[in-house]
Write a protein that binds this ligand. Structure first.
Ligand code: SAM
Length: 326
């Protein structure tokens, strides 16, 4: 959540802005539920929304078909969910879940693992609480530009502004960068530093230099997806379905000209060999760079600076092939 807070600055206290974020997340969750579909998670299934925030799956009507537990680390969000929706609410960390082995049929992480960062730990906990054949759904927009700026500063200098955040923390930006490299991206620090350094060194014109944090972000995204797939595989998951959704802040066409969240009605499926993780990652990266290639994405969405492209990955825990030892 750190990056969000910094990026959104004072706006996070504006009730109108908060309401619009809730609206966006409701739509994102609706599109994900729709994409996963009943053939993968049948009616009556035991579903954990591991980082539900102020609404999550519950805000998108999941409780009408599944038995849903809305879990979150933040107590104030849990209280909000309890007040607004039906279903059970629990306060706990996704890195240490208080549920018995095999107690869920599906676990969702919507806009979540990119905040928690501990990819391996989250996936091994998920594997433990899922029954055989259980489903893990992961969907988030990946690393933020803010994270990219911090790592760029760490590897090559520049972008001091982003590290102001660490002034009041009991850990330094170097600690943060090392943690991100190990837990989120699954690569050694020196290797990551060298890669970022190279991107920075290649930028010569002013225009190139401006785009460096975005190039770094692309690198981080690719490493994150690689880490996610390899941790999923190590924990006995196979990819069953993949797609890409888009949401963007755009102009309403009706009289008021207000800014509203526009979303792709249906998540665009990725038609590639699901066992070929590299090609799935390649496809996600292509669509992230050029969302205009996705049917149903309007010009307004493509041009919006608030555009969010979110892959949706549906994994299934293989039956009997893996023990919860790790
Ligand atoms: C961007 S919000 C997304 C919420 C929700 N899934 C949605 O779609 O609107 C991320 C949520 O993750 C929660 N979170 C962060 N770290 C967590 C952890 N270790 N365990 C459980 N929840 C966590 C935050 O409190 C926040 O509510």
């Amino acid at each position: 959540m750190a990056s969000r807070l910094v990026q959104e600055g004072g706006r996070r206290h504006d009730p109108k802005y908060i309401k619009s974020l809730y609206e966006r997340q409701k739509r994102v969750n609706e599109s994900i539920i729709d994409f996963v579909g009943q053939s993968i998670i049948p009616v009556g299934a035991r579903v954990l929304d591991a980082c539900a925030g102020p609404g999550g799956l519950a805000s998108a009507g999941a409780i009408d078909k599944w038995w849903v537990v809305s879990n979150d680390l933040a107590r104030q969000f849990a209280l909000e969910v309890k007040e607004k929706f039906k279903g059970s609410v629990v306060v706990s960390s996704a890195t240490d879940l208080p549920y018995a082995n095999g107690s869920f049929d599906a676990v969702f992480y919507v806009y979540a693992i990119n905040n928690i960062l501990r990819v391996g730990r989250v996936i091994s906990e998920t594997e433990r609480i899922l029954g055989d054949g259980g489903v893990m759904v992961v969907s988030d927009p990946g690393p933020s530009v803010w994270m990219s700026e911090v790592l760029l500063y760490w590897a090559a200098g520049g972008y001091e502004k982003s590290i102001e955040y660490f002034q009041n923390k009991d850990y330094s930006y170097e600690d943060y960068a090392a943690f991100v490299a190990k837990e989120f991206l699954g690569v050694p620090d020196d290797e990551l530093k060298a890669k970022i350094h190279q991107i920075n060194a290649r930028a010569t014109t002013t225009q190139d230099k401006k785009s460096v944090p975005f190039r770094v972000r692309e690198l981080l995204e690719e490493l994150y997806l690689n880490n996610l797939f390899s941790k999923a595989r190590e924990n006995g998951f196979v990819l069953e379905k993949a797609g890409v959704g888009v949401t963007a802040l755009g102009q309403k066409t009706s009289p008021s000209d207000e800014q509203v969240w526009l979303s792709l009605a249906n998540i665009h499926p990725i038609n590639a060999d699901l066992e070929e993780y590299k090609s799935i990652i390649g496809r996600i990266m292509d669509l992230r760079k050029n969302p205009g290639l996705i049917p149903g994405v309007s010009e307004d969405m493509v041009r919006s600076p608030q555009r969010i492209v979110y892959p949706v990955l549906v994994f299934r825990k293989q039956i009997g092939e893996h023990s919860s030892a790790n």
